[in-house]
Design a protein around this ligand. Structure first.
Ligand code: HEC
Ligand code: HEC
Ligand code: HEC
Length: 449
């Protein structure tokens, strides 16, 4: 990224030199060549400063939109595409969005870029697969699209890397049904500018809404999908299904509404900010798809924007009226006394208690707590089963660099044992979530990559 920025600076300098030359030759025909040239020089300097500022803003917005996550292959060059995204109809490969004229978007006009980003149509005219989150990006305001365009044209290093053909078979590979999908499910694009939403320097609900519903595309994972894979709601205004949780690649992206048991109802604004910035807080630590979101995107967001996002999430009415859970020490006392006749208790003591402790409180910032945790009490147990089967490691971020990991137990524990230990933690220490059966574990184990 830093390399790209240096390149861009020298490229911007060349552009400025051209501007100056053009200004100077026009001035030569004027009466006072010298004074006009100096005026052109100061115009040029101002333009350059404006360009650099615009590109920098575009770079920040690209972080917020997390373009790099999908448009970069594993160990690949940034934005050169080629990452395989699994969809129910087959594999879609992200495209090269570096300014390479042949294999990237170097020949895209602002309008072509806008069409892809917000309308979901390619330069060639076909509709994009909604693996590209254009229904959320439709909310991006035109000024921000301009900054993003400036960044992708001038702030990103061009990489020559041809597109990987999609692994979708005919007839599903036909693009025209996607156009119908787009007409049915993608909203109209933002036409003007809402000043509050555009203001990144002041914390506000409007700014938070704009970032979450739009560029941040949080709903792409945190909102469940309908039969045609459309998100059940794209804004809070439309339905309480918005951000009520969804499953993405064997992970359950939690309910982010104000629910007190399985949502963010018991998290303070500062705690939400800490989670997004550091990847961990007193309640939880990021794993699964959220690990990458923290690593590539939210850790770079400004304090003001993080606070706006947190304030907006806190404003989402809970989907269910729930009383807060209350800690109970029954399970801790039983475990201390060596009473392990409840299914899963022995497995917990032998495999989990060393880190998460028999009182379920863990060690803050190191081994997350399991007691009264929104993750453990989630209605959908997919994440819990995946964690036990595959383990996880926290994101190492600028503000919390040490990476703590949880080992995988998929080899050591059979489906019944996994079901039992997950059921155990969902009922211990005051937790109140439904039991998980061995069939659920088997299904998740089978569909794991
Ligand atoms: C969740 C994954 C994902 C994210 C995040 C994402 N994209 Fe995409 N994008 C894709 C995929 C997949 C395609 C190819 C879709 C297809 O082939 O139909 C695509 C296509 C595109 C295209 C069209 C390129 C072409 O060849 O016409 C552009 C431009 C683009 N993305 C820009 C962006 C920008 C800018 C961002 C960040 C603001 C972004 N994308 C974020 C997945 C993503
Ligand atoms: C690529 C999918 C994906 C995207 C995009 C995404 N998340 Fe997540 N998120 C997850 C998953 C999976 C979890 C559950 C794992 C965890 O707690 O880290 C999660 C967890 C969280 C949690 C912790 C909830 C809890 O109760 O423990 C917060 C807060 C959160 N996400 C906020 C956001 C915000 C804000 C955005 C948008 C800027 C966002 N997420 C975008 C996948 C995603
Ligand atoms: C070596 C220490 C260690 C052991 C043993 C361990 N874990 Fe973990 N566990 C962790 C760490 C570290 C995380 C955070 C992982 C991340 O965020 O990527 C975690 C996360 C979790 C979470 C998610 C909590 C949250 O909200 O973020 C659950 C649930 C969990 N572990 C359950 C278990 C169970 C059940 C066992 C036993 C089968 C177990 N763990 C064994 C270290 C451990």
């Amino acid at each position: 990224m830093r390399n790209a920025l240096t390149k861009l600076r020298s490229r911007a300098a060349v552009a400025v030199a051209f501007t100056l030359l053009a200004g100077a030759s026009a001035a030569a025909s004027a009466a006072s060549a010298a004074s006009a040239a100096s005026a052109a020089a100061s115009n040029g300097a101002r333009e350059r400063a404006d360009d650099v500022a615009l590109i920098k803003r575009g770079e920040y917005l690209a972080r917020v939109g997390d373009c790099v996550a999908c448009h970069t292959a594993k160990n690949g060059k940034p934005f050169a595409g080629g990452l395989a995204l699994q969809t129910p109809i087959g594999t879609v490969y992200s495209t090269n969005i570096t300014p390479d004229p042949e294999t990237g978007i170097g020949t895209y006009t602002y309008t072509d870029f806008d069409h892809a980003l917000r309308h979901g149509t390619s330069k060639a005219g076909y509709t994009l697969y909604p693996a590209m989150p254009f229904p959320s990006y439709a909310h991006i305001q035109p000024d921000d699209v301009k900054a993003l365009y400036a960044y992708f044209m001038h702030g990103v290093a061009a990489v020559h890397q041809p597109r990987t053909p999609n692994g979708i078979r005919w007839p599903l590979s036909m693009r025209w049904p996607l156009a119908l999908w787009r007409i049915a499910f993608a909203p109209g694009v933002a036409a003007g500018t809402n000043a509050q939403a555009a203001d990144g320097a002041t914390m506000s609900l409007e700014r938070g809404r704009y970032l979450v519903e739009g560029l941040g595309h949080c709903g792409a994972c945190h909102t469940s999908r309908g039969t045609l894979l459309q998100e059940q709601a794209l804004t809070d205004g439309s339905s309480a299904a918005f951000l009520q949780g969804g499953v993405v690649e064997q992970w359950f992206a939690n309910n982010l509404r104000d629910d007190r048991v399985d949502g963010l109802g018991e998290w303070s604004r500062d705690e939400i900010v800490a989670f997004l910035k550091a990847g961990r807080n007193a309640h939880s630590a990021a794993f699964g798809g959220m690990r990458e979101v923290v690593l590539d995107s939210t850790q770079y967001m400004s304090e003001s924007d993080l606070n706006s996002i947190a304030a907006y999430l806190q404003s989402l009415a809970p989907a269910r009226q729930q009383a807060a859970l209350v800690y109970s020490n029954t399970a801790a006392l039983a475990l201390h006394a060596g009473q392990t006749n409840v299914p899963g208790a022995r497995t917990f003591l032998d495999n989990c208690a060393a880190c998460h402790r028999s009182d379920g409180k863990g060690y803050e910032g190191v081994f997350p707590r399991l007691a009264l945790s929104s993750t453990v009490n989630a209605q959908d147990p997919t994440s819990l089963v995946s964690l036990v089967l595959h383990g996880a490691s926290m994101p190492g971020t600028a503000s919390a660099q040490t990476v703590f990991a949880m080992p995988a137990f998929g080899q050591r524990l059979n489906d019944q044992q996994v079901a039992d230990v997950v059921t155990f933690i969902r009922g211990a220490w005051g937790n109140q979530a439904l039991a998980v059966d061995a069939d659920t574990v088997r299904r998740i184990r089978r569909s794991s990559p």
